[in-house]
Design a protein around this ligand. Structure first.
Ligand code: ADP
Ligand code: ASP
Ligand code: MG
Length: 440
């Protein structure tokens, strides 16, 4: 059995959904199809929820109406028969009934999560109506019945496997299953989600749980590119990556994959393929346990980074100083991405600013604390690059004019990271495209 995940743009227009149906029905083996919300829907739901939480009810109601109109038109274009359209409009009406009730109840975090879940619930149900209209046999597997996160928001593959297996066994003879990406239940049993872009994570978790033959991530580009195509002109797809290389790229900003989406597939050695819905015959990228040779494969950037410098001539050399610093971040459940130390100071970076004020307050007794906001981590990723003799020279020759704030080298054999002010991100990525890859 394989897993096929289709992102927002792959289902965002009726003709794209026709294409997805075409692809999933051509398969030689049974498939679980994971769908995202139609492109733009989750952003719209986030805005509705935020507007509602700030008590701008009329504005929120207007946004719900706009979204409902979008879905009404989508149904008319997706479905051809009177019966199909009737069913499609009934599904839309059901979800928008909920999106109108939200104005009558008090706002809470649980309500926010319920609002955000509507996108994937709608896309999968509408796709199911379409398949039904075409006479394509399939079953809808509710993600809320098997996808669960624990008290630390971590998915547990063991539990997911037990529940998913039971659901699959309840449909003997069915070869095509549809489920929602992104949404899950939390430890309290409430509707929750796997964070933005989380459908990739769902796909990888499902693939791990059923030990799939392959986890295909279908999107709007022909695989992982060597650089961020949103900010750099001449980028090219990378044919093969190891799990470790792909995980580093996803974690350090390559938006094509959710940051946590590699580990489940890696744990069960399920190959991941990144494929293009607009060009299904393009090679894309294969991610598996072995890398295709040594050398730099790609660079990625993660913005919105905060660098914190703690300077303490008195304490740094003292035994246990770093532990005390780390404990502050642990207390506020904030993970550190980069770290550098000198004899008198330590610099760390974080991307989560939720508890920044508390963290700074708790660090105060250790010495003088300085904060640089709006930084960007640029990661250069490739198999064994840290062992390459000339990579550092090439790197620093290439970015000689960029004010580098931190460097991390040697922590991983696959990654060299530098921290630069956020407004230098684009220039750095462009320079690296020329200097490291000879493109542009
Ligand atoms: P989906 O909606 O299918 O999940 P996403 O928008 O989340 O798609 O991810 C695909 C997008 O990721 C591409 O359109 C591209 O703009 C962006 N992207 C950023 N970095 C990379 C990269 N290194 N390689 C490929 N795409 C990238
Ligand atoms: N719909 C969700 C989002 O836009 C999840 C996903 O697309 O992966 O973040
Ligand atoms: Mg995505």
């Amino acid at each position: 059995m394989k897993v096929m995940k289709f992102g927002g743009t792959s289902v965002g227009k009726p003709e794209r959904m026709f294409g997805v149906a075409d692809l999933v029905t051509k398969q030689q083996e049974p498939a679980i199809v994971v769908l995202s919300a139609l492109s733009g829907t989750t952003n719209a739901l986030v805005q509705i929820s935020e507007t509602l939480s700030s008590s701008y009810r009329d504005e929120a109601r207007e946004k719900v109406e706009q979204l409902q109109q979008h879905y009404a038109k989508f149904v008319d274009e997706l479905l051809a028969t009177e019966e199909g359209r009737k069913e499609g409009h009934r599904v839309v009406a059901e979800h928008f009934e909920f999106l109108n009730i939200i104005f009558k109840i008090s706002y809470s975090e649980a309500l926010n999560k319920d609002i955000l879940a509507q996108g994937e619930l709608l896309s999968t149900r509408l796709f199911s109506v379409y398949l039904h209209e075409k006479g394509i046999q399939h079953a809808l597997l509710p993600a809320l019945d098997f996808m669960q996160i624990d008290v630390n928001a971590e998915p547990q593959i063991g539990n997911i496997k037990v529940k998913l297996t039971q659901l699959l066994e309840a449909h003997p003879g069915v070869n095509l299953f549809i489920t929602q990406g992104y949404i899950c239940r939390n430890h309290k049993g409430e509707v929750d989600n796997l964070k933005r872009g989380g459908s990739d994570y769902t796909a990888s978790l499902v693939a791990a749980a059923i030990e799939a033959s392959v986890c295909e991530i279908w999107t709007d580009i022909d695989g992982m590119h060597n650089n961020d195509p949103r900010v750099v002109d001449k980028t090219q797809p990378v044919e093969q990556l190891s799990f470790d290389e792909a995980a580093e790229l996803a974690y350090f900003g390559a938006k094509i994959l959710h940051p946590a989406s590699i580990w489940p597939a890696q744990q069960f050695n399920v190959p991941v393929k990144l494929l293009n819905t607009m060009d299904p015959s393009a090679k894309g990228t294969v991610i598996q346990s072995t890398a295709a040779g040594a050398g730099v494969k790609a660079v990625a950037a993660k913005d919105g980074i905060i660098a914190i410098n703690i300077k303490s001539s008195r304490m740094l050399l003292a035994y246990g100083f770093l532990r005390k610093v780390f404990e502050v971040f642990e207390k506020y459940q904030t993970s550190i991405d980069m770290i550098t130390t000198s004899e008198v100071a330590v610099s760390v970076t974080i991307d989560n600013r939720d508890n920044l004020a508390n963290i700074l307050q708790d660090l105060e007794p250790f010495g003088s604390v300085e904060v640089d906001d709006n930084q960007a981590i640029i990661s250069i990723v490739g198999n064994e690059i840290a062992q390459s003799n000339d990579i550092m020279k090439r790197l620093f020759d290439t970015i000689a004019d960029i004010p580098v704030r931190m460097v991390s080298y040697g922590g991983s054999r696959h990654n060299i990271s530098i921290l630069v002010p956020g407004n230098y991100k684009t220039q750095t990525l462009q320079l690296l495209n020329k200097g490291i890859f000879g493109l542009g």
